[in-house]
Design a protein. Structure first.
Length: 307
């Protein structure tokens, strides 16, 4: 059976299925222990609910904020910040899993987040296969040149760790990751899931937002605001642009498949750089590496995600 990658036409309305699985409290509106140092968004976790030999030293680096963007779905967002203690910088950390604190050295392999699959408070079940992770972020640095980071991992029924170790890697179904800066402004982020396996059946999703991509690499009071986290799913087959009969999909067996009147087609990557342009006939069967692409005809543009 040929696996087809679904697509959506940019020029038509987006389509959402009501049965699509989403992250609990993805809009950051529900909070536990508001006003206390243990304040956390419901369904999300930080250092105050960590485990491990150093968990008693976990500091508050996550709280509710009203500094939302215009057009936000609610009244609150999550504020995550870094903190320096005795010259050691701890990056702010918010996750669907649980934080394990085992070393005072930030880069130690004894420090990680993981899906505690036996406890629904520290894991998030997900059995569908989203195409991308979308969220709003506002990253502000106080002096470092570092970037904020998001890492989402779809995995099977295993207590998977982030950062990945040798035991966790075989259980990965797909990953969406990005290091980013926003210039101190609210920016909508859309990060595609890359389905490289080696596992194939998703059971859980582990998402981690951190103030800095490098453990201990930021400076005190670097902060990132996070809001309106969403999983995006494409429809079950390709959509047709209303303006003409141009269609496209990608088959892992047969490559790019184009239908419609024969015209010049442009293949662009996610940065908008043209990778190839030729007639529709000549581009049929083109093989693409994993990633997000835009297939542009004279009158419409279609987005495809290659796993």
């Amino acid at each position: 059976m040929i696996r087809k990658v679904t697509i959506s036409a940019i020029l038509i309305s987006s389509f959402t299925l009501s049965a699509q699985q989403q992250i609990g409290n993805s809009n950051m509106e529900a909070w536990d222990n508001v006003g206390a140092q243990t304040e956390e968004p419901t369904n999300w976790n930080s250092f105050k609910t960590a485990e491990g030999s150093l968990s008693s030293f976990g500091s508050q680096q996550l709280q509710r904020s009203t500094s939302i963007r215009s057009g936000a779905t609610g009244s609150y967002c999550a504020r995550i910040w870094s903190k320096s203690t005795l010259g050691v910088v701890a990056n702010g950390n918010m996750t669907l899993g649980i934080i394990s604190m085992g070393s005072s050295t930030p880069s130690s392999t004894s420090n990680y987040n993981y899906s505690k699959t036996t406890d629904g408070n520290f894991s998030e079940a997900l059995t569908l296969s989203p195409d991308s992770l979308v969220f709003w972020a506002k990253f502000t640095v106080s002096g470092s040149n570092d970037s904020a980071r998001v890492h989402a991992i779809l995995h099977d029924s295993y207590e998977l760790r982030d950062p990945l170790d040798a035991n966790s890697t075989p259980h990965v179904v797909a990953r969406a990751e990005r290091n980013y800066r926003t210039g101190g402004n609210w920016v909508r982020m859309s990060v595609p899931f890359i389905y490289n396996g080696p596992a194939s059946i998703p059971a859980f999703i582990l998402i981690t937002f951190t103030t800095n991509k490098t453990p201990g690499g930021g400076t005190a009071n670097d902060e990132v605001l996070i809001d309106d986290v969403e999983l995006k799913y494409n429809t079950s087959s390709f959509e047709e642009n209303n303006l003409d009969s141009f269609k496209a999909y990608y088959s892992l067996t047969d490559g790019l498949q184009l239908k419609g009147k024969n015209e010049t087609i442009y293949i662009l990557n996610s940065a908008g750089i043209v990778l190839n342009n030729d007639s529709m006939i000549n581009l049929n069967g083109t093989k693409l590496n994993s990633g997000l692409y835009f297939i542009k005809s004279n009158s419409s543009t279609i987005k495809i995600l290659v796993p």
